[in-house]
Design a protein around this ligand. Sequence first.
Ligand SMILES: [Zn+2]
Length: 187
Amino acid sequence: MDGKQVWAEMLEGNRRFVRGERRAYDFASRRAELLAGQKCRVTLLTCSDSRVVPEFIFDTNLGDLFDVETAGNVVDEVGLGTIEYGVEHLGTPLLLILGHTRCGAVTACCREGGRGHGNLDSILDRLAPAVERARRDIDQAILENLRQTKREILEKSEVVRRHVAEGRLEVVTALYRLETGEVVPVE
Ligand SMILES: [Zn+2]
């Protein structure tokens, strides 16, 4: 299955989630099956927000999604290394960067910004360029942050660039709407 097919399947799972029709997965047998190793379909970067749970949102099973979660879905070296593990070693054909409406991290950066928040500063620093480009408009900053994160991943990861160039990886940015449960692609 290529990245585009996987993405279509993910959106299909999201439509089930929106309708409240979750698949009845047999976790016990799947746990046993996965002891031989994980064969994920998606490497996924999203926000740590407790309302954004990828396995629920896309109605997926154990072992389907290789998740990286940080406040504001920003990436540092550890995040990039984790993404590269998913892309190169697990061979996922899709890298999904998922932001969400009402993101607390982006909102904090739009409203306060600045420094003096301890280790949170490293997150705010990464969000700041997108927030400035969006002129501190929260909804726009959330979208701008997705574009910025995608650019940053492509700039800093030779592994991701190579997999894209070889046609083995699709990189998709999308927005999860807390209000409706739906995921919409973002250009
Ligand atoms: Zn968030």
